[in-house]
Design a protein around this ligand. Structure first.
Ligand code: FPP
Length: 229
């Protein structure tokens, strides 16, 4: 039986920060802070394994419905994460890409993103694609509207792929969701047509290199048929 190669692109739904905090009688934000540490560990693991692209679902378009205090806390945390990441990315040949809408994001965050994306554009190591203010239905609708604005009348699936937020990003071979939830939650609906899914009960703040390795090992043992036999 042919085994899969290591995935080129892994996408992760980082879930369970709130429950991690709750079980320790801590505020939800403490869970997000630990979640940021798990991001660092995971990126290190992905780099070691030679993964080329990793997409992290950091903030969904639906997350705006959370209490203002939590949103503000997440944005502050994101700002720190971006500061740290931009230094590491420059030193470690990583590249930053972002998928999502700019609408509603604080200008200071947009500025940091733009600066880091530009500074790391020529890097050739791991590409970290941050799904930020991201919704897959919005992404597909946005692509269709771009095509209409270009005057297209007969839209192909290749046209849609070419008008997604990151047209150069290959489809993820593997999508991981932590915390025991087993759904996509408006994440990469178009790109996940042939993805393998890996669900783990591990809460995101407990995720690390070993957990990533487990997911990749399981992926490598699966057979992908793409609709064939
Ligand atoms: C899901 O946990 C996590 C989020 C909504 C935010 C993701 C943010 C991080 C991992 C930390 C910061 C990292 C970056 C890159 C900004 P949840 O709050 O939905 O958990 P719950 O389902 O247990 O309540």
């Amino acid at each position: 039986m042919q085994q899969n190669q290591i995935p080129t692109h892994i996408a992760i739904i980082m879930d369970g920060n709130g429950r991690w905090a709750k079980s320790r009688h801590l505020p939800r934000l403490a869970g997000h802070r630990e979640g940021a540490k798990a991001v660092e560990r995971t990126l290190k693991g992905a780099q070691k394994m030679g993964i080329k692209f990793i997409t992290l679902y950091a903030f969904s378009t639906e997350n705006w419905s959370r209490p203002k205090e939590e949103i503000d806390g997440l944005m502050t945390l994101l700002s720190h994460v971006l500061d740290n990441y931009s230094q590491q990315a420059i030193q470690q040949n990583m590249r930053l890409w972002v998928s999502g809408s700019r609408e509603g994001l604080p200008p200071s965050i947009l500025e940091k993103i733009d600066r880091t994306v530009k500074a790391t554009a020529g890097n050739t190591g791991l590409t970290v694609n941050l799904a930020l203010n991201y919704g897959a239905r919005q992404e597909i609708t946005h692509a269709v509207n771009l095509l209409l604005a270009e005057g297209k009348t007969n839209i192909s699936s290749q046209d849609i792929s070419a008008h997604l937020y990151q047209p150069e990003l290959p489809d993820p071979e593997l999508i991981i969701r932590t915390s025991g939830e087993e759904r996509l939650s408006n994440f990469l609906l178009w790109q996940s047509a042939y993805s393998e899914f890996y669900f783990t009960p591990v809460l995101w703040p407990d995720f690390d290199e070993t957990e990533l390795q487990k997911a990749v090992t399981e992926y490598c043992q699966r057979t992908r048929r793409f609709g064939g036999v």
